[in-house]
Design a protein around this ligand. Sequence first.
Ligand code: ZN
Length: 98
Amino acid sequence: MPRSNRPRNAKKAEPVELNLALIKTGFRKTEIKRGTEYTVQSTTGLNSEDDKSWVCPHCQIQIAKGTAHLVAWDTIRGVETRRHFHSNCWKAFQGVLL
Ligand SMILES: [Zn+2]
């Protein structure tokens, strides 16, 4: 197979796949609020496997399915502490995830 002897092509394809993955999963970063480190993951809210809605713990308003928003969790305590926030609400949030 001549294609398998072309590593250049394989390398070219790689960034495209990474970009697609980035679009699907969004960014992930860490933020420190009041001395607690949180992992913050953006999400499109379009994950068809996740057919539930979320109530933002900051404004108590439901985040509609398909709305881009953030998922944040306590990095130390783990992903079971994760909550879904409106993007702006996460910026304003200064409390503790319960
Ligand atoms: Zn909110």
